[in-house]
Design a protein around this ligand. Structure first.
Ligand SMILES: Cc1cc2nc3c(=O)[nH]c(=O)nc-3n(C[C@H](O)[C@H](O)[C@H](O)COP(=O)(O)O)c2cc1C
Length: 192
């Protein structure tokens, strides 16, 4: 069975993003061996002067970071789920990406530029946004980042499924928006 890694950066117990993710995972589990990485429970400090300059630059990379980077580099498909925070996604997710962006695991270089090393061919990014900001709007700084990361790591096409205006819909509209986005996500997953 092909391998799929889910990077789950949902925060709230009642997370709408997580509801879409759960429906996507239910569909994807029919065809993939799914492993979920819960970003909130990963015990890796952010890269800063102490962890980058004093540790990583001296070859001290946490074994957990290496293990997770290898897992992501080896999977066939990747799903990332995160709420839209401060026009992007939560910093803890960026910190996770920085921790596992490792030379000769997720990317390398060919002497002139960086080259991705990941096996993954497609990424599904699931998010929900409070304001009515559509994917592709310059105000959305979440999905463009994932596309850029895909370029660096060689992850393939990035498909974004987003529910928008979530903080300004009536309760009925909210239910409908969530249902239609779940249906969209499941449809994407059927051919993912
Ligand atoms: C810390 C924080 C920052 C947020 N920043 C934004 C923002 O910049 N733009 C926006 O449209 N919505 C923003 N929101 C609203 C969320 O994107 C929205 O409520 C989303 O549906 C939350 O996802 P969740 O239900 O999965 O937690 C923010 C919410 C929180 C808690």
């Amino acid at each position: 069975m092909k391998k799929l890694v889910v990077i789950d950066s949902c925060m709230r117990a009642e997370s709408r993003t997580k509801k879409i993710l759960d429906a996507a995972v239910a569909e994807l589990s029919k065809r993939y061996e799914v492993e979920i990485i819960d970003v909130n429970s990963i015990d890796l400090p952010p890269l800063n002067k102490a962890t980058y300059v004093d540790q990583r630059e001296n070859g001290n990379i946490p074994s957990l970071a290496v293990e997770l980077a290898r897992k992501v580099a080896a999977c066939d498909r990747l799903v990332v789920a995160a709420p839209f925070w401060d026009m992007s996604f939560p910093a803890i997710l960026k910190s996770f990406f920085e921790n596992i962006s490792l030379f000769d695991i997720t990317f390398t270089d060919d002497g002139t530029t960086c080259v991705g090393l990941c096996k993954c061919e497609k990424v599904l990014f699931i998010t929900t946004r409070g304001m009515d900001i559509k994917t592709g709007d310059p105000l959305d700084q979440g999905s463009p980042y994932l596309s850029a990361l895909s370029f660096l790591w060689g992850l393939g096409e990035v498909i974004t499924v987003a529910a928008t205006n979530m903080d300004y819909l009536s309760p009925d509209e909210l239910t409908l928006r969530l249902e239609s986005t779940i249906a969209e996500a499941v449809k994407v997953c059927e051919e993912f």
